[in-house]
Design a protein around this ligand. Structure first.
Ligand code: SF4
Ligand code: SF4
Length: 75
């Protein structure tokens, strides 16, 4: 019997992001990278670059010190 893998998606508030990379380093699916353009505070913000691989585990949101990430899970 196969276990169905959950799919997830995230929304990153780039204006809250300080570019610390915690989410990039924590994501087990390598879904997040740092953007090459900066936000209005001058930080290179995280971006959701690989959405197809997201499993909605929420680890990125848990480690984000700025509460900049929202996670949505779909069955
Ligand atoms: S919810 Fe999990 S898989 Fe999806 S981006 Fe965040 S850490 Fe990665
Ligand atoms: S953990 Fe939060 S503040 Fe740090 S890079 Fe990711 S979204 Fe930005």
């Amino acid at each position: 019997m196969q276990t169905k893998v959950k799919k997830g998606t995230i929304v990153i508030d780039s204006e809250k992001c300080k570019g610390c990379k915690y989410c990039v380093l924590t994501c087990p699916q390598k879904c997040i990278e740092i953007s090459s353009s900066f936000n209005s505070s001058g930080y290179f913000a995280a971006k959701f670059s690989n959405p197809l691989n997201c499993i909605g585990c929420a680890m990125c949101a848990v480690v984000c010190p700025e509460l900049a990430i929202e996670v949505f899970v779909k069955d």
